[in-house]
Design a protein around this ligand. Structure first.
Ligand SMILES: Nc1ncnc2c1ncn2[C@@H]1O[C@H](COP(=O)(O)OP(=O)(O)OP(=O)(O)O)[C@@H](O)[C@H]1O
Ligand SMILES: [Mg+2]
Length: 313
């Protein structure tokens, strides 16, 4: 495996300059199925050495837009096959941090990322890493369901087709079925796969987006407020689905719904935004990170307690 390098620090070239196609092959480890119980380890790890428990290790991560720092100095580890929640008031940088996990910030011209994100021990921002491969392995689901104006089948087949996973029609059909089954949608749509996806209910559309993300065989799912546009029943279905997916995927969810964070996640990161005394602008920071039960029932920081008890003001 090629050696990895740190993300450029302040003053050096912004990482967004690394564009799809500009880098040689992706030195990322192969996907490992159910790593918690698997004995297989990523390629770079010598045999006999247990795979690291965290899928991501984040160190001193900061995200700026233009000259404004949005979130600063975030360090945390994201557990494999766990559900990790990121909570905090609007504007504290949750989405900005989440986008660092699959290099979506690369797509924002003025975004600049500093610090380090390691994925299975590999520098996600190394110049040799292909961001397209990163997004194939680390899928993302957004706040508003965003199916393409195509058929249900073509939505799910889209990723495997454009990434060249296979051109074989029956293999694609199999991937579509498997992904829809994993997203708990198959039984509802199996007889109308050629219907346009935009005609589905909001909850179905969001599960379709999850199926679409799963179709490229990722090992991480990033979910940015995936239920905020859904009613309680559709929300409950997504939460139930997350629990099923957890055995095979590592999931990071941003949510404004604290009950949801408490229900679904094992670990919770609480972010807030404070005025920087030097720049006098608001900047996001990670206040506390730990077991969800502790964050909600016995947080160590008063700011966390004020937020989770609704006294935030
Ligand atoms: N594309 C962008 N261009 C410029 N500034 C941005 C961009 N995206 C986010 N920001 C700024 O970065 C800061 C953090 O935004 P971010 O969306 O990460 O917060 P958030 O915690 O996800 O908020 P919310 O809960 O409202 O979704 C905000 O001040 C926001 O205005
Ligand atoms: Mg957000």
């Amino acid at each position: 495996m090629p050696t990895t390098q740190s993300i450029p620090r302040a003053g050096s070239a912004p990482i967004r300059q690394v564009r799809p196609g500009s880098a040689p092959g992706a030195p990322l480890p192969p996907r490992t199925a159910s790593p918690a119980v698997s004995t297989s380890a990523p390629q770079a790890v010598p045999e006999g050495v247990p795979a690291p428990e965290n899928v991501f290790e984040v160190s001193d991560l900061s995200v700026s837009y233009g000259s404004t720092v949005a979130v600063r100095d975030v360090s945390l580890g994201i557990g494999r096959n766990r559900i990790t929640a990121m909570i905090g008031p609007s504007g504290c940088g949750k989405t900005s941090v989440l986008r660092c996990f699959n290099r979506m910030n690369d797509l924002i011209d003025i975004a600049r990322v500093e610090g380090e994100v390691r994925y299975h021990g590999h520098d996600l921002y190394a110049s040799s890493v292909d961001p397209v491969e990163v997004r194939r392995r680390i899928g993302m689901v957004f706040q508003k369901p965003n199916p393409f104006p195509k058929s249900i089948f073509d939505n799910v087949a889209y990723g495997p087709r454009i990434t060249g996973m296979t051109r074989d029609r029956s293999a694609i059909a199999e991937i579509v079925e498997t992904s829809l089954r994993k997203a708990a949608l198959w039984e509802e749509v199996k007889d109308r796969l050629t219907d346009t996806a935009t005609g589905m209910s909001g909850g179905q559309q969001q599960r379709l987006c999850i199926a679409r993300a799963l179709a490229t065989d990722p090992d991480v799912l990033l979910m940015d407020e995936p239920c905020s546009a859904l009613d309680p029943i559709a929300t409950a279905r997504i939460e139930e689905l997350m629990q099923q997916l957890r055995t095979e995927y590592s999931i990071v969810i941003v949510t404004h719904n604290m009950q949801q964070a408490a229900r679904v996640s094992e670990r919770t990161a609480f972010f807030t935004a404070e005025v920087d005394p030097v720049t006098e602008s608001r900047v996001g920071l990670l206040v506390e990170y730990g077991d969800t039960a502790t964050i909600f029932s016995n947080p160590s920081d008063e700011r966390t307690e004020n937020y989770v008890t609704g006294r935030f003001g």
